[in-house]
Design a binder for this molecule. Structure first.
Ligand code: SF4
Length: 395
């Protein structure tokens, strides 16, 4: 067990961990888990102290993508009953972003489904960014719009976009197993374009898609090569109606080992626990913040996360502080009061009837998450609140 502690010391002394060190971490037995996490926590503390960065997703355009990424609920042919809507109006995008900022987010991530934006789409998003930044100059904005064409990265940078997200997702050697409509090289090219235009590259992983431990290391090494500044690690949310429906291969312990492997290979990079953390890390989630230093608050693009208050409780209870705020506890308490007041202002009962949701088209569908409320997020729960709905977001 001293081996992991010594390895962290070696990394802190300037000798980077190798692929074989990271593979050893991924292959370590469960009885070594606390030692592995403690060693990774040394690196996390050395670079980020006790700070957690909060990011907030705004899904600007949902569903109906022509690409066939097999993990994605918005893919070509997806039968997942997700919200589908065209571009949010500019004011609505700003309004949704403000919910996240009130919840402690210092970065807003503006995301749109699709292969990539048209120049008109880039102008539309640029206008949103300018408006969000005019209202809150300190906010960091990350855009995630798919593959970029020549000139688009520079236009986004000029509009004030700080970072561009484009996940490499998995190993190059595994890529053709999860997608046929584009290649790994296409993804690398867009990350390169974003970096060349002066935006901070945000690129991460989705794990739990049948990859081997070696392929996880291969993917992390690719993230090193594209010089990703922030690394979201998503744990597969296996939506019904997608090719990976019902795929549950991860254990909470292995999720932690994966985060530790990323931390050892990329010790000074923002490491974010992202989609699927609730269902796969489960009761080990609080431990993950001793390795990761960043999270998405509340809901994901098409699925619901745990309540934003639970995210903040996890941060406060772990003794962490939040980037951009003076006191995480006060912010958490303020958020709870804000949520209560907001719900009262909307006339929402404290315990709303969530058995049915009305989609933007008027169709009524069962609220997938309702029957599981309070039981933790252990299966995919389709998002029925926030952007694209008339219901207050989870922020
Ligand atoms: S390109 Fe993006 S939105 Fe489209 S299927 Fe792939 S991950 Fe989903």
């Amino acid at each position: 067990m001293d081996r992991y502690y010594s390895l962290a010391g070696q990394v802190l002394a300037g000798n980077p961990a190798t692929a074989s060190d990271a593979l050893e971490i991924l292959s370590s037995p469960d009885e070594d888990l606390t030692a592995v996490v403690a060693a990774a926590a040394r690196l996390r503390r050395a670079h980020f102290g006790n700070l957690v960065k909060i990011n907030y997703l705004v899904n600007l355009k949902s569903g109906l993508c022509p690409e066939d990424c097999s993990y994605c609920s918005q893919r070509l042919g997806s039968e997942a009953e997700i919200l589908k809507y065209p571009w949010l109006p500019r004011d609505e995008a700003k309004r949704q972003a403000e919910f996240g900022l009130a919840g402690g987010a210092s970065r807003v991530c503006l995301v749109a489904s699709g292969r990539g934006p048209s120049n008109r789409d880039v102008e539309r998003v640029s206008g949103m960014v300018e408006e969000i930044k005019a209202a809150t100059p300190s906010v960091e904005v990350c855009a995630c719009l798919g593959f970029l064409k020549e000139g688009q990265a520079h236009r986004l940078k000029e509009a004030g976009v700080d970072a561009y997200n484009h996940n490499l997702n998995t190993a190059e050697s595994h890529y053709s197993d999860i997608c046929s409509t584009h290649t790994f090289a296409d993804r690398v090219d867009t990350v390169d374009q974003a970096r060349a235009a002066g935006m901070s590259p945000c690129s991460g992983l989705i794990v739990g898609m049948g990859e081997t431990n070696e392929q996880i290391i291969e993917a992390i090494e690719s993230l090193q090569q594209v010089d990703s500044d922030s690394i979201p690690v998503n744990f597969l949310i296996p939506f019904d109606g997608t090719p990976l429906e019902g795929t549950y291969t991860l254990t909470p312990q292995h999720c932690l080992r994966i985060l530790c492997a990323v931390r050892f290979l990329c010790p000074d990079r923002e490491l974010r626990i992202a989609g699927g953390r609730e269902m796969h890390l489960r009761s080990l989630q609080p431990m993950s913040l001793h390795v990761a230093n960043s999270l998405f608050l509340g809901d994901y693009l098409t699925s619901e996360g745990q309540a934003a208050e639970e995210d903040l409780d996890m941060i406060v209870d772990g003794g962490f502080e939040i980037v951009g705020t003076d006191n995480a506890r006060q912010l958490r308490d303020r958020l709870k009061a804000y949520r209560a007041a907001h719900q009262a202002a909307l006339g929402v009962a404290k315990t709303p009837d969530t058995s049915v949701s009305t989609l933007p088209c008027g169709k009524q569908v069962p609220a997938v998450g309702a029957e599981h409320a309070g039981a933790g997020v252990t299966i995919p729960m389709i998002r029925r609140r926030g952007a694209g709905t008339a219901v207050a977001p989870n922020a």
